[in-house]
Design a protein around this ligand. Structure first.
Ligand code: PHE
Length: 453
């Protein structure tokens, strides 16, 4: 394998880059709407269980596989021992990540439009109903969202072409802390809105009677999606980790940062939704309708503050989407480079063009082509459903089988514990979770969904 693949410069950098990939639209856009659709607090509890019982163990596993292999994901899965056929787990990851990129780019394009609107003070004086109709007419427009998506993809391409240290590392180190500060400030502001307590209650008072089959599947899909599991991204990034980086603590840090941002985003969204009378279960439009409302209301007395905050927040939302999309683009890029010997630049451009073309179809499915449905869903929702709720868990199931049962155990232990120097006491717990709990939990949720148990 090629020697000088690039490395992240410090432990903090490794954590921030992995957290940069994890924290994105999945936390701020997808988590709240899935939570809203699935009954609120009950979803939150199940989600946390998914993160603990198989999210973190799978993340540690992907880190171990990736750092050990020092290569792209597809090759990595065969390199810890076992049959060569395990490489297919890696291929599946690359495929899933590439498909996610296509519709992720569409939603990220919406954030670009909202950044633009914030910049020209386009939210001023609008009512909640206007925000709803404006959003719906924007996403169903045949041209505008596509232009925004292309702008976003070109930005992502630009960072990826800048390379591992200069692009990915520097970008994440700058953007992640800023995003965090803004989210905390807004969460405080939003929870003080009139009727805000209703939103907090929806979020935090558990009502397990609301748990249905689809709650379980949705929470599992969301955990995979949000933690960037099973799409080769973490394994690819781990191949740029240094030998002294501690995989277990890195994984735990990424997981809690990711969870915290998702919860804080919900603390922003739900009080605001209840305050302006938006249904919590409206779906993907939730964030785009409630957020501008939050700004209008929290800063009602001061138009300048309102302007500044909206602008900063959408800027950071675009940046959060960007640090995640970088991960999604990097995986197929380095895969094509190392497997087919295509130059980095050309493989990145090729993947970008693919994402834009397929993304156009996803975008049009919200308007012009909305009549075309697969199992009752438009193309955008179909992509989301198949990737997050089917392909990711299937990939995770096989990754757990590989790491738990078929790879070379001493090599795995050496990698996870840095040759016995760290996390030694945690290792047996991890091993138990990845061997038994992770595969069984994923299988049980699937069987349950299809009514078999
Ligand atoms: N985890 C990202 C998010 O929450 C999405 C993503 C998945 C990014 C996979 C990179 C790789 O938005």
């Amino acid at each position: 394998m090629e020697q000088n693949r690039g490395n992240f410069g410090s432990r903090l950098a490794s954590i921030l880059v992995a957290a940069g990939s994890a924290v994105g639209l999945g936390n701020i856009w997808r988590f709240p709407y899935e939570l809203g659709r699935n009954g609120g607090s009950a979803f939150l509890i199940i989600y946390i269980m998914c993160v603990v019982f198989f999210g973190v163990p799978l993340m540690i596993s992907e880190f171990a596989v990736g750092r050990h292999a020092q290569s792209n994901t597809a090759r990595a899965f065969g390199m810890m021992g076992g049959s060569r056929y395990w490489r297919w787990v890696g291929f599946l990851g690359v495929l899933t990540g590439s498909l996610i990129l296509c519709y992720y780019a569409v939603a990220a394009g919406w954030t670009v439009e909202y950044l633009f609107l914030a910049g020209v003070d386009g939210f001023a004086g609008k009512t909640p109903e206007q925000f709803t109709t404006d959003f719906n007419s924007f996403v169903s427009d045949p041209v505008q969202p596509i232009v925004c998506m292309i702008v976003f993809m070109l930005l992502t391409l630009f960072v990826i072409l800048a390379g591992v240290e200069k692009g990915i590392e520097r970008g994440s180190k700058l953007m992640m802390p800023m995003l965090f500060i803004f989210i905390v400030l807004l969460a405080v502001g939003s929870s003080m809105l009139p009727n805000g307590e209703q939103g907090l209650e929806f979020l935090f008072s558990p009502d397990l009677s609301k748990v249905t089959r689809s709650t379980l599947l949705s929470a599992m899909g969301q955990a995979f999606y949000s933690l960037s599991l099973s799409m080769g991204c973490l394994a690819t990034y781990a191949s740029y980790f240094r030998r002294e980086d501690r995989l277990v603590s890195n994984a735990m840090n990424v997981a809690w940062i990711d969870l915290l941002v998702a919860v804080l985003a919900s603390v922003i969204i739900f009080p605001a939704a209840f305050s302006v009378g938006v249904e919590p279960g409206v779906g993907p439009s939730l964030v785009f309708i409630t957020l501008p409302n939050v700004f209008q209301q929290v800063f009602a007395g001061s138009p300048l503050l309102c302007y500044a905050f909206s602008l900063m927040f959408y800027l950071l939302l675009v940046l959060a989407a960007l640090t995640s999309a970088m991960g999604l683009l990097e995986v197929p890029t380095i895969f094509m480079k190392e497997e087919f010997h295509i130059r980095r630049r050309w493989s990145a451009i090729g993947v970008t063009v693919f994402a834009i073309v397929v993304g156009m179809a996803c975008s049009l499915s919200m308007g012009l082509w909305s009549g075309f449905k697969i199992a009752g869903m438009n193309l955008f929702d179909t992509f989301d459903f198949f990737t997050a709720k089917i392909m990711l868990p299937v990939g995770g199931f096989f990754a757990a089988l590989y790491v738990g049962w078929f790879c070379d155990e001493p090599t795995l232990r050496g990698e996870v514990t840095n040759e016995g120097t760290t996390a030694v006491r945690f290792y047996p717990i991890y091993r138990f979770l990845i061997r038994y709990i992770a595969p069984l939990a994923i299988l049980a949720i699937f069987l349950n969904q299809f009514g078999l148990i």
